[in-house]
Design a protein. Structure first.
Length: 205
């Protein structure tokens, strides 16, 4: 994953502050290295290889059952270990639909753990990025989602995913926040006596 320097974090925080000047919405940005450790993948593949391994030995050798069983255990251990590192290998062995599901579940979890559902006017907006999966999502609370449909966020997310593919994480996040702010300003302008309920910073996990 492309890391965020202190300067990058300051840029993102400034983008959030600037975007919130024109809207009553509360924006939080969460960037995580990965949405899962994907430890299941190497062990599932090792199990598959170990299950297939004995059949050719039974067909073409005179090895005893106990010897074949021991080789099966060794094969399982070697394959599991070989496929476990680095972490990018575990992720590559995991089907893309599982990676997307894990990332989406992680986004939902952070929406609640960061308190976006507790704003006074239910106007929280989460920009979530899972860098390893190149996954990005915008989740909005009730007051926002009734006025702004998911289709409005799609071009922003497409641009952000493109930035992730080019290893331009910070630039992509800043541009996404700015674009979100422009949409939010039209539909949810500032209210009288608005106060900043959530911190204007990027949360890196």
């Amino acid at each position: 994953m492309t890391t965020l320097s202190d300067q990058d974090r300051a840029r993102i925080a400034a983008a959030i502050t600037e975007a919130e000047k024109s809207t009553s919405a509360e924006i939080i940005c969460v960037v995580t290295r990965s949405s899962s450790d994907y430890w299941a993948a190497p062990f599932l593949w090792a199990t598959l290889v170990a299950l297939v391994w004995p059949w050719p030995l039974i067909s073409i050798t005179n090895l005893t059952a106990s010897t074949i069983y021991l080789t099966q255990l060794v094969v399982y251990a070697v394959v599991a270990l070989a496929l476990s590192f680095p972490s990018s290998r575990r992720m590559s062995l995991t089907p893309s639909w599982i990676r997307r599901r894990r990332a989406r579940l992680s986004a939902r979890e952070h929406f609640f753990t960061q308190g976006l559902h507790r704003t006074v006017n239910r106007s929280g907006v989460l920009l979530f990025v899972s860098a390893a999966e190149r996954y990005a999502e915008i989740m909005a609370d009730d007051s926002v989602s009734v006025k702004i449909g998911e289709s409005a966020w799609r071009p922003i997310l497409d641009a952000l995913r493109g930035a992730l593919a080019r290893n331009q994480l910070a630039d992509g996040v800043v541009d996404a926040i700015t674009a979100c702010g422009a949409i939010l300003a039209k539909e949810l302008p500032p209210r009288e006596n608005d106060r900043n309920e959530l911190p204007d910073k990027v949360i890196v996990i």
